[in-house]
Ligand binder design. Structure first.
Ligand code: THU
Length: 158
């Protein structure tokens, strides 16, 4: 079943672009490999209710990449965002240290992670870098600490 109600030629668009050093954040006309993994993960999004497909790729300190996509429930509140799906997959695979996460959408305006994902990423990944990309080829990067200042976390429970 095709749940993607939005036009998306994005993966094809980017696959035509040459690759470059995946560690660098200067995207220019190039496609960051982690963001490319996020766009690939986006193909697996299960979003029949919103039609808003999101992919994420989380990079661990040892260089592994963990993919995630949003997975919606008919009981809407049980939906899990792409970022949390990727983080949970990474933790389930035994990863504990992380460098950055890439998030891919086809939103006209770059969409930063929701509040719930900021909390969970902070708890599980610490102050990672967040690379956001959309179908227009626009990218933005943030440190999580800039998006999630004064967090509630394990230190709050001490
Ligand atoms: N969503 C994500 O997967 N990540 C975000 O950062 C924002 C929102 C998903 C949740 C839901 O399936 C859909 O996008 C609309 O909110």
């Amino acid at each position: 079943m095709n749940y993607d109600r939005r036009p998306s030629g994005l993966p094809r668009l980017f696959s035509a672009l040459p690759r470059r050093d995946p560690q660098s954040l200067d995207n220019g006309p190039w496609m960051d490999a982690l963001l490319e993994a996020a766009f690939t993960a986006r193909k697996h999004a299960h979003a029949p209710y919103s039609g808003f497909l999101v992919g994420a790729a989380l990079e661990s300190a040892d260089g592994r990449t963990f993919a995630g996509c949003n997975i919606e429930s008919s009981s809407y509140g049980l939906t899990c965002c792409a970022e949390r799906t990727a983080a949970f997959a990474a933790i389930a695979a035994g990863a504990r240290e992380f460098r950055r996460i890439a998030v891919a959408t086809d939103a006209a305006r770059i969409t930063p992670p929701c509040g719930a994902c900021r909390q969970v990423l902070w708890d599980l990944c610490g102050d990672i870098e967040i690379l956001l990309g959309n179908a227009a080829g626009e990218t933005r990067t943030f440190q999580l600490s800039a998006l999630f200042p004064d967090p509630f976390d394990a230190n709050s429970l001490a």
